[in-house]
Design a binder for this molecule. Structure first.
Ligand SMILES: [Zn+2]
Length: 117
């Protein structure tokens, strides 16, 4: 399968996953915010898409919920953050489809600043 991670990061990710990393609690809940809003936080991706990304953060709701479980207030704040904070600080917002998501039970958007090649 094609990956946006370099071999080294992909291997580290697989080792973590195969060692039960996802069973040790949600990494998205656990990671310390770089920036926090009322309902959302920005965190570092521990296993970045480093083939393409110079900076790889993630926007996640503070609550451990799927996209379908977001409240109107959470959706509204996302619509406020997107054209301002995200637009000002990143080049791309990527959402993995279901077959690629590693933490499908906690909605998250990948925030990317592209690596210079
Ligand atoms: Zn979570």
């Amino acid at each position: 399968m094609v990956s946006l991670r370099t071999t080294a990061i992909e291997e580290a990710y697989k080792q973590w996953r195969d060692a039960g990393g996802l069973q040790q609690g949600c990494p998205l809940c656990r990671n310390t915010p770089l920036e926090q809003f009322t309902y959302w936080k920005v965190i570092v991706n521990d296993f970045p898409y480093d083939k393409v990304a110079e900076k790889h953060h993630m926007l996640v709701p503070l609550r451990h919920v799927t996209e379908g479980e977001l409240t109107e207030e959470e959706k509204q704040e996302l619509q406020t953050i997107k054209p301002t904070y995200l637009n000002d600080n990143y080049q791309f917002i990527i959402e993995a489809t279901h077959k690629t998501k590693s933490v499908p039970e906690h909605f998250h958007l990948h925030l990317i600043v592209v690596r210079e090649l």
